[in-house]
Design a protein around this ligand. Structure first.
Ligand code: PXP
Length: 254
């Protein structure tokens, strides 16, 4: 099944991490990622995605707690598989956890999970504890059918395909190869009875081809949405200040 024959629309997860990145640049309260979550909901987002990293460089547990308290949208918590993050997930019970590999030095998630024996032996009991708490688990993976095959029987219900390499290849001679790999991986995920999601590096321009992936049910997008929101909002934000600077503008001190 290619995307054109899809019966349901693809769900949109909006990742608000980089609103928190802007906030952290000042270390105060603004811009508040929660407002971004509310606006994303009004604009049609289906879920809010938040990555709480070990180094808390953008979102933190307070954001997660406030999001759980105030947002009516499902929350997809991206996190590394560690005892600290498991505790966080089980205490805040997001609708979904997406497990990602995490390296301290990386700018953003650089690759998919490596499902070696050590990881699998931690994943199975984690997935079981999540299931008991009503949390669904997704794995962020490269489009490698051999690696994806190892997700079978672990108790996860979804694989999110890492579209970063496709996004980098977009418009170049390797684009088609990157897309083919994603198509084959999506077929493999579906054949194993799991849902297919995709994310990382997706933009207004490279998304349409991704929507042709077979069995795709969800995309998660952050950086390009937050980046465009900053640029699209610039005229309005400058205009507000400009208006205030006019002689005799309301609100000016005498
Ligand atoms: N999905 C996963 C698993 C991610 O780690 C990220 C980045 O945090 C995204 C989606 C969103 O990627 P981007 O910010 O490039 O849209």
């Amino acid at each position: 099944m290619m995307g054109g024959g899809r019966a349901l629309p693809v769900r949109l997860g909006v990742n608000i991490d980089h609103v928190a990145t802007l906030r952290q640049a000042r270390g105060e309260f603004d811009p508040d990622p929660l407002f971004a979550a509310q606006l994303a909901r009004l604009a049609g987002a289906d879920q809010i995605v938040l990555h709480v990293r070990e180094d808390r460089r953008h979102a933190n547990e307070t954001d997660l707690r406030r999001l759980r308290e105030t947002s009516s949208l499902p929350v997809n918590l991206e996190m590394a598989l560690s005892p600290e993050m498991e505790l966080l997930a089980l205490s805040h019970r997001p609708e979904r956890v997406t497990l990602v590999p995490e390296k301290r030095q990386e700018r953003t998630t650089e690759g998919g999970l490596v499902l070696d024996e050590a990881f699998l032996s931690r994943l199975r009991p984690f997935a079981a504890r999540c299931r008991e708490s009503g949390i669904r688990v997704s794995l962020f993976m490269d489009p490698d059918p051999g690696m994806i095959a190892r997700a079978g029987g672990t108790g996860v219900d979804q694989v999110e395909l890492h579209t970063g390499p496709y996004a980098r290849a977009f418009g170049g001679e390797d684009e088609e190869k990157a897309l083919d790999e994603l198509v084959r991986a999506a077929e493999a995920i579906h054949a194993m009875g799991m849902a297919v999601a995709a994310g990382h590096g997706l933009t207004l321009f490279n998304l349409p081809a991704i929507l042709g992936l077979p069995w795709l049910s969800e995309v998660n997008i952050g950086h390009s949405i937050v980046g465009r929101a900053v640029l699209l909002g610039m005229r309005e934000a400058v205009g507000e200040i400009r208006t205030l600077l006019l002689p005799n503008a309301p609100g000016q001190r005498p």
